[in-house]
Design a protein around this ligand. Structure first.
Ligand code: SAH
Length: 241
């Protein structure tokens, strides 16, 4: 059996109760845990005896290489990501860099992504076809993001927006809403969730016109309903017919 093992683990939105049993097993079995400071801090108290490789948010490639080196050196390693590691996470980069470490067996362990944990807080907004779009233009040109917003609106998808804002990108949520308002009614049922499973968790349902005037931060996930989305007992529900 190959003992050069690297798990890439999605830990869910925050609180340990969102961790899957498979993810807990992987973390328990690991000798080394690698990740971005915020996520390693969330799990350190539960696994205090592990060796930690912690790097800041911008050092993604470096963090992946350090995790692969640890695994290649024979220590069972787990790289942690919030939500799911394959959704705007590190799974792809690890698999790309792992081509240089043919002896390391990489296993991706899925996690509860913000679209799912956020949807549950708001009701059932993604009960029918939905599109997921990140508003971050660090790796994707804004023109492409804008095209995807227009296409999703024309297709009448429920739209889930990740990375709706940051300090550098304030005003992006309004820009996105203004594009959607070219195709959709201002009364469209929308919602947002902030800091799911963490201190300060908050959720709210509101109209698309109101959403356009709302400030989001980098811990917010936004839901824009389709034409089949309605408000039922303060819950956002997308009907399946
Ligand atoms: N891999 C993560 C996504 C990382 S991109 C996942 O699968 O959830 C970062 C974006 O994810 C944030 O800007 C926000 O839109 C969303 N997000 C991640 N964790 C969140 C949380 N606890 N509460 C609300 N949104 C969250």
């Amino acid at each position: 059996m190959d003992n050069k093992k690297l798990y890439v683990v999605g830990i869910g939105p925050g609180d340990r109760s969102y961790l899957t049993a498979r993810a807990s097993e992987a973390l328990e079995g690991a000798e080394v845990i690698a990740g971005y400071t915020v996520y390693t801090e969330l799990i350190k108290k539960y696994y205090p005896d592990k060796e930690y490789i912690v790097t800041p948010m911008t050092k993604e490639r470096e963090r992946c290489v350090l995790a692969l080196e640890a695994a290649d050196g024979g220590r069972i390693t787990a790289m942690v990501c919030s939500g799911d590691a394959g959704v705007y996470g590190m799974a792809g980069l690890i698999l790309e860099l792992a081509c240089d470490y043919p002896k390391v067996d990489v296993e991706i362990v899925p996690g509860v992504t913000a679209a799912l944990s956020g949807a549950a807080l708001l009701g059932a907004p993604i009960g029918h076809d939905f599109a997921v779009i990140s508003l971050s233009d660090i790796l994707t040109p804004w023109e492409k993001i804008e095209k995807r917003l227009r296409m999703a609106a024309q297709g009448d998808f429920c739209i889930v927006l990740y990375n709706p804002s940051s300090r550098r990108r304030s005003g992006y949520l309004k820009r996105a809403c203004d594009i959607l308002l070219e195709y959709m009614s201002g009364a469209t049922v929308c919602g947002y969730v902030r800091s799911i499973g963490r201190e300060g968790e908050e959720s709210r349902v509101l109209s698309l016109s109101e959403l356009a005037e709302t400030e989001a931060d980098m811990f917010t996930t936004v839901f824009i309903g389709s034409m089949s989305t309605a408000l039922m007992n303060d819950k956002m529900v997308t009907k399946r017919i």
